[in-house]
Write a protein that binds this ligand. Structure first.
Ligand code: NIG
Ligand code: FE
Length: 389
């Protein structure tokens, strides 16, 4: 049996089953066989310490419930043009599709592995990722197969945009997604997502795709209300989506529906930053009782970042969240957005995925924006990254 007894923790970030946050100071914990088995004040520690953190804070590993990591090339010119005044449009996705289709399996896998290593350096110990830059049977399936090599949380996003070769025949592409891609993708993916927004899929198309997904036994999530207000959030809730992502343009009705349903609103502030758009009002959502999660949305078009720390900084500075709410949204709520109860929280019986910060409290993450404070990363009790801080 492997046992680690960790003390010298200035602040331990805890969230209980009901979602209440507790900051335990002068804390310690014991990990046995990769699972937390004891958590408490260091003075009550029932065993000899094997590791002393010398007054550093410990938080759960980040859970990133929304990324798009399977793609080739980048869109830095599009970003530069945007910073000079061009508007972000869903149509830009096609240029990544062209590059992704042209890449070899080895190139795609290597690029993915590199991005996942970057997630880990940023403290993300559990992540979801999507297809969506293949947009034909063969390239969607190989994207999903590659995705599944490094995570269990794989999402088929064949309905990202209608690819240009189907521009004049949208319904034929929707049929291809429903009848051919979704049934085959079940081998690799447990989630289905649709980009329901301006320039992507309509409400009717989205409904048809989500209905097919339900019949095939998928869990569902949705990109909605990113570029403009509309019926996407309402539809997603009606169709049983676990999480509705972006939620940048919400009506009062949307907010009431989110509150009443308990469906998670996953906010992705780096997308707003990188498309120079208005940030969603997380304060209003939380005050209305909405379950809010935060994710990176790492993708080459709207949000090419793996920094959950930066996400937290924006959420606090620009969206009205407190540091503790933002950290809970990036861990506990991210896990809920993936229907995972084994990760995202430091608690007895949970997998010991945790981060040692080079700081005395979690609030230093938004307080010190752009500074890497993640000193050590542990997965299932094992040290997987030590930055020597
Ligand atoms: O979540 N909004 C849809 N999909 C991505 C952007 C994809 C891209 O621009 O390549 C997002 O922002
Ligand atoms: Fe996205």
């Amino acid at each position: 049996m492997s046992q680690h007894v960790v003390g010298g923790i200035s602040e331990l970030f805890l969230v209980n089953e009901s979602g209440d946050i507790d900051l335990l100071t002068d804390a310690a914990f014991i990990v046995e066989n990769g699972i937390f088995t004891w958590i408490g004040k260091e003075v009550e520690l029932p065993a000899e310490k094997t590791k002393d953190l010398q007054q550093k804070a410990v938080i759960p590993g980040f859970v990133d419930s929304h990324t798009h990591l399977i793609f080739a090339s980048d869109r830095v010119q599009e970003f530069e043009a945007r910073m000079a005044g061009t508007r972000y449009e869903a149509g830009g996705i096609m240029s990544t599709v062209t590059a992704t289709r042209a890449a070899s399996d080895e190139e795609l896998l290597a690029a993915y592995q590199k991005r996942v290593a970057e997630l880990l350096r940023n403290g993300i110990t559990t992540f979801e990722t999507k297809s969506g830059y293949g947009l034909n049977i063969q390239d969607e399936l190989r994207s999903l197969k590659i995705a599944a090599t490094l995570t269990d949380e794989v999402t088929v996003l064949a309905a990202h945009v209608v690819p240009s070769e189907y521009k004049e025949n949208r319904s034929e592409y929707v049929r291809l997604v429903i009848e051919e891609i979704l049934p085959k993708a079940r081998e690799y993916a447990r989630w289905v997502d649709v980009f329901c927004d301006e320039g992507a899929f309509t409400i009717e198309e989205t409904r048809d795709i989500l209905e097919a997904a339900t019949h095939l036994g998928y869990k569902k999530r949705l990109h909605a209300n990113q570029l403009k207000a509309g019926e996407g959030v309402k539809l997603g809730i009606e169709m049983g989506c676990i999480s509705i992502d972006h939620c940048s343009h919400l009506s009062d009705d949307d907010i009431s529906l989110l509150t009443d349903s308990g469906v998670i609103a996953t906010l992705l502030p780096i997308a707003e930053f990188s498309t120079r758009s208005a940030f969603p009002n997380a304060r209003q959502l939380i005050d209305s009782g909405v379950n809010v999660a935060l994710s990176t949305d790492c993708n080459p078009g709207s949000s090419y970042s793996t920094s959950m720390s930066l996400v937290i900084a924006f959420a606090v500075r620009e969206m009205g969240m407190t540091p503790r709410e933002a950290l809970k949204a990036a861990t506990f709520m991210g896990a809920r957005a993936l229907q995972r109860s084994d990760v995202g929280v430091i608690g007895i019986g949970k997998r010991a995925d945790f981060l040692v910060l080079d700081a005395p409290s979690h609030a230093h993450i938004p307080y010190r924006p752009g500074v890497d404070l993640i000193a050590e990363v542990f997965k299932a009790g094992q040290l997987v990254l030590d930055k020597g801080m």
